[in-house]
Design a protein around this ligand. Structure first.
Ligand SMILES: Cc1cc2nc3c(=O)[nH]c(=O)nc-3n(C[C@H](O)[C@H](O)[C@H](O)COP(=O)(O)O)c2cc1C
Length: 181
């Protein structure tokens, strides 16, 4: 079987949970992004990278983009972990738009992207993230509610609460995709 690794960057734990579930299912190595050197990636045939979504960006994704020339002959899978519901195409289109700002055309053609749903506990957010969410809420409240995207409506409706959408079964499309490679 081909050698597979899961690498992740997770601030509050949801991406880590998914990364560990995927690695367990595929019986492969799993590393936090900060604990793996980019040169180590070259010893794997399949690289799965997972990062939390922050203001549309995938945390730590530059481990893939910066090293793409060295790993572009491998299978590369990226999964995002965010609050927005990936079952809603409006949300996945929005994430895709953000990702495509950092992926070249070659990366877009090569990298298979999946979206998983994370969690938030406002009481546990760091100072900067708390301030970012408060600002986002303030800006969103200024807009007409009915014109908002569903993820913004949901943010307003659940602001300040503990929300957890992590679900082990949602890793299966990724696991099945990798098993078929
Ligand atoms: C400051 C901030 C910005 C965020 N931006 C987004 C976003 O753009 N899209 C999204 O779906 N979720 C967003 N989220 C929610 C996180 O992606 C979610 O909490 C995720 O589970 C984080 O994963 P992690 O804890 O593994 O880093 C944001 C959260 C914070 C605190």
């Amino acid at each position: 079987m081909s050698k597979t690794v899961v690498v992740f960057q997770s601030k509050y734990g949801s991406t880590q949970k998914y990364a560990e579930w995927i690695a367990e299912e595929l019986s492969c190595h799993v590393f936090q992004r900060k604990n793996i050197k980019s040169t180590d990636l070259e010893s794997y045939n399949t690289i799965i990278y997972g990062g939390g979504l922050y203001a549309g960006g995938v945390a730590g994704i530059n481990i893939i983009t910066k090293n793409f020339d060295k790993i572009c002959n491998k299978n590369i899978i990226v999964f995002t972990c965010g609050l927005a519901d990936p079952a809603d195409k409006e949300n996945t289109d929005h994430i895709k738009q953000s990702i495509n700002k950092v992926f070249t055309d070659k990366m877009q053609n090569k990298i298979k992207v999946f979206h998983l749903r994370g969690a938030i506990d406002y009481s546990k957010l760091g100072f900067i993230h708390k301030a970012m969410m408060a600002m986002l809420r303030k800006m969103t409240l200024r807009k007409d509610y009915d014109s908002l995207r569903s993820e913004d409506k949901e943010m307003l409706d659940t602001y300040g609460q503990v929300v957890d959408f992590t679900d082990k079964s949602t890793i299966m499309p990724i696991v099945d995709y990798v098993r078929k490679l």
